[in-house]
Design a protein around this ligand. Structure first.
Ligand SMILES: [Fe+2]
Ligand SMILES: [Fe+2]
Ligand SMILES: [Fe+2]
Length: 417
C-alpha cells in the first residue's frame, strides 16, 4: 500500500474544517492560492511542494472549534500560538520537517521587512505566502459570486502591503487578479482537484510513514480535550496487539494501528461543549455524538487504499447483534478487524477517567466486557484473547497512554510565543 502524502493530508485536514460550510474548504483554498502565488514568483519546485503541504495543514494546531472560528474571524493577539502548535505536530516527521517550519511562522507580519526574522530565526518566504493567501481567502465570501468580489478584496489587501504582507508577494497576487479561472477554482467544491501536474507528484508514503501520520492525526483528534487526550493511542496499541496475538500479519497489524489512531476521526466535527460535557449527554447531543463514526467513514472513503482500514475503524460502534450504529451491521457483516477495534475501544474507554466517571478497576471492566460478549454485542473470541492476555494488554495500554499523556502536556505546555 502506497499513498501520496498530499492525498493523506488533504483527507485528514479536510476534516478539520468540516464544522461549517462557510470555511469547510479553508485548508484546500489556502493551499491552492499559495501554490498559484508560488508559480507567479517562480518559486522552485521543491519549495513549492513544501509550501503546498504546509498550507494543507497550516491551522491543524487550532484544535478546538472555538479557536478555529477565532482565527478565521480576525488576527487575534495570540495568533502565533496555533501556528506554533501546528508546527510542533509535524516537526518530527521527516517528510514534513520543511513544511513544519513554514507553518510555524504563517502569521508573522511582514512589518516592512522586519518579518523576515522572528526572534533571530529566519522566516521562510512560504510562511509569508501562506499568510497572504490565508487572509485573502478569508475575505472572500464563497457563498456569493467570487469574481465580483476580487477587485475590492485585492484593494483591501494592497492597503496592507508593506505592513502585513510583503509588497513583492502582493504584486504577484495582483497579477492574478484578471485570471478568472483561478478565482473560480478557488470557489469550486475541491479547489486543489483543479490543479494539474507537478503537485500530484508529491512523495509516496509506505505503511510505516502512514502509521506516523495517523499518529499525528490521533493527537489532533484526542488533544482537544483532557478527557480524550490518550484515547486513540490506547485503542491503537490494544487493537494492534490483539491482532498480532490472533495471527494477523505484521503488515496487517500496522494497518490495525492506523485504524485505531483514526477510529474517532469524525469527532473533529463534534462541538467542543459536547466533547467536554461533564454529565450525561442530552438526547440531541447524543445524536450529534453518534454521527462521529459516520463522519469517520465518509472521510476515510476518500482514500481508496484505505478500504479495509476504513471498515476496521468506522464500524467500532457496530455490534454483532445489530444493535450498534450507524450501519446496523451484524454477524458476518462485521470483519474480524472491526470486532477487534470495537473490543479495544470499549476496553480502553472503560479503563479511562471520563468527565462523568472514574476509570474502572480490572474486575469491573472485565464484567462489563463479559456481559457484552454474552449479550451478543462484542465478539466472544476477541474478548477471550483479551482476558487470556489481560496483564500484557493492560500493561501495554497503560504504558502507551502514559506516553500520550506526556505528549499531551508537551503539546499544550509551551504557549509562550
Ligand atoms: Fe492560521
Ligand atoms: Fe488559516
Ligand atoms: Fe467512537
Amino acid at each position: 500500500m502506497r499513498i501520496k502524502i498530499s492525498d493523506l493530508l488533504l483527507c485528514l485536514s479536510g476534516a478539520q474544517y468540516a464544522i461549517s460550510p462557510v470555511v469547510s474548504r479553508h485548508h484546500q483554498q489556502v493551499a491552492y492560492l499559495s501554490y498559484r502565488i508560488c508559480e507567479q514568483l517562480n518559486v522552485s519546485f521543491r519549495e513549492r511542494q513544501d509550501i503546498y503541504l504546509a498550507a494543507l495543514v497550516h491551522d491543524a494546531g487550532a484544535l478546538s472549534i472555538r479557536e478555529k472560528f477565532e482565527i478565521i474571524e480576525s488576527e487575534p493577539i495570540h495568533v502565533n500560538r496555533h501556528a506554533f502548535r501546528s508546527a510542533r505536530l509535524f516537526e518530527d516527521f521527516s517528510f514534513l520537517k520543511p513544511a513544519s517550519k513554514i507553518i510555524r511562522y504563517h502569521h508573522v507580519p511582514w512589518n516592512y521587512g522586519e518579518g523576515q526574522k522572528y526572534r533571530d530565526e529566519d522566516v521562510p518566504i512560504g510562511s509569508h505566502i501562506i499568510h497572504l493567501a490565508d487572509r485573502t481567502c478569508l475575505k472572500l465570501n464563497f457563498k456569493k459570486n467570487v469574481l465580483s468580489q476580487v477587485p475590492e478584496v485585492l484593494d483591501d489587501i494592497r492597503l496592507q502591503s508593506g505592513f502585513l504582507f510583503s509588497p513583492e508577494l502582493v504584486q504577484a497576487m495582483m497579477d492574478l487578479k484578471e485570471i478568472e479561472y483561478i478565482w473560480l477554482d478557488l470557489a469550486a467544491e475541491h479547489p486543489v482537484r483543479n490543479m494539474m501536474g507537478d503537485v500530484l507528484h508529491s512523495a509516496d508514503l509506505g505503511i510505516d510513514d502512514i502509521v506516523s501520520i495517523a499518529q499525528i492525526f490521533s493527537r489532533i483528534i484526542d488533544f482537544r480535550s483532557k478527557s480524550t487526550s490518550r484515547h486513540s493511542a490506547g485503542v491503537a496499541k490494544t487493537a494492534e496487539k490483539i491482532a498480532e496475538i490472533m495471527g494477523f500479519s505484521p503488515n496487517e497489524c500496522k494497518k490495525m494501528r492506523v485504524a485505531g489512531y483514526l477510529h474517532d476521526l469524525g469527532k473533529l466535527v463534534i462541538r467542543d461543549e459536547i466533547l467536554e460535557k461533564p454529565g450525561k449527554l442530552a438526547p440531541e447531543e447524543y445524536c450529534e455524538m453518534k454521527s462521529h463514526t459516520y463522519n469517520t467513514f465518509q472521510l476515510l472513503s476518500l482514500i481508496p487504499q484505505f478500504q479495509e482500514i476504513n471498515a476496521w475503524a468506522s464500524y467500532h460502534h457496530e455490534r454483532l447483534d445489530g444493535s450498534g450504529y450507524p450501519f446496523h451491521l451484524k454477524g458476518e457483516g462485521l470483519p474480524l478487524g472491526s470486532r477487534i477495534v470495537a473490543v479495544a475501544d470499549v476496553f480502553t474507554a472503560l479503563k479511562e477517567d471520563r468527565p462523568y466517571r472514574k476509570g474502572m478497576d480490572d474486575d469491573a471492566a472485565k464484567k462489563v466486557l463479559w456481559d457484552m460478549a454474552v449479550g451478543g454485542a462484542l465478539d466472544a473470541k476477541v474478548i477471550s484473547v483479551l482476558f487470556d492476555h489481560y496483564e500484557l494488554l493492560n500493561q501495554l495500554r497503560r504504558q502507551t497512554q502514559r506516553e500520550a499523556e506526556v505528549q499531551y502536556k508537551e503539546f499544550w505546555g509551551n504557549e509562550a510565543v
